[in-house]
Design a protein around this ligand. Structure first.
Ligand code: FES
Length: 293
């Protein structure tokens, strides 16, 4: 199972690296947007999901109309809309999977929500695909077709509700450009650990942060008014990404429920979080910033 998941991740990473329409500069190593699968700064998954929603809803409406009026052409329209819905749902799933692995903070409530969102959508696609197969019969029952489509639409609505929560509450794909913080910065490193050069000293402005991916760890590099600091990109309350929050006067605030942490000591300055965050040693040498991990 682990091998299959690793293979899946490797394929997705290859797609990101070699598709010129994904990400700025076509490289996962220098992302400048909070969504990994984006086109010129716009996350692709929320753009594509409107198509299967429209096609599946249209399929249900035309099938109901075909059943009520007995007109074959309405049934046929519902049939083709269903095919379009399945195709676009599979297409929308690709950037969704990329963001699930690379953007949604691990070990967080958002990850659990995103997992349920994915499972509901997968079940919904299976339902619509099985109905499409069922329609190949000589005289399929309209009650079965419309009934299963209705269940599929309920699953789609719940999944859409969760998708909205992932964006509007968990801020997945939201570019956090609060005043003075500059553009979103994120970088992947191949080194497993040690003393790693993570930035040039003038790369970040005061109060700006950069998300570092090192050996499956997410670490925030931040520049305060006085120095560079580094800490875990995981709020100890419910796993919010601190890199997506705001920082001022040596305090970082989580974007989800407002917990505040001292970036030099990791101590909690304001709840609801109760546990401190991990901090890491950072030093500046010859115009370069090194992280010791
Ligand atoms: S996740 Fe709740 S305050 Fe950070």
């Amino acid at each position: 199972m682990a091998a299959i998941i690793n293979l899946e991740i490797a394929v997705i990473v290859s797609v990101i690296k070699f598709c010129p329409w994904i990400g700025n500069n076509s490289s996962i190593n220098d992302c400048t947007m909070k969504s990994t699968a984006h086109f010129k700064g716009h996350p692709i998954h929320p753009i594509l999901v409107s198509f299967p929603i429209a096609f599946f809803s249209g399929s249900f409406i035309f099938d109901c109309a075909g059943w009520l009026t007995g007109k074959d052409e309405l049934w046929r329209t519902g049939y083709w809309l269903q095919i379009a819905g399945i195709g676009f749902a599979l297409l929308a799933a690709i950037p969704g999977i990329i963001d699930y692995y690379f953007t949604v903070p691990p070990k967080s409530t958002a990850k659990k929500r995103a997992t349920k969102h994915a499972l509901l959508n997968t079940s919904m696609i299976i339902l619509f695909a099985s109905i499409w197969f069922y329609r190949q019969n000589e005289s399929p029952s309209p009650y079965i077709i419309i009934g299963i489509e209705f269940i599929g639409l309920i699953l789609l609505s719940i999944a859409g509700w969760m998708g909205g929560t992932l964006v509007f509450r968990n801020q997945i794909g939201v570019d956090p450009r609060y005043a003075g913080a500059g553009k979103w910065k994120e970088e992947y490193f191949k080194e497993p650990g040690g003393n790693i050069k993570v930035a040039a000293t003038d790369e970040l402005k005061p109060n700006q942060m950069k998300l570092l991916h090192i050996n499956n760890k997410r670490i925030v590099l931040a520049r305060t008014e006085n120095n560079y600091v580094a800490f875990d990109d995981r709020c100890t309350h419910r796993g919010g990404s601190l890199a997506g929050g705001s920082m001022i006067c040596g305090t970082v605030q989580c974007p989800w429920h407002g917990s505040q942490f001292d970036v030099n000591s990791g101590e909690v300055k304001a709840g609801p979080a109760k546990e401190k965050i991990n901090i890491y040693s950072v030093n500046e040498v010859d115009g370069k910033v090194f992280l010791n991990i």
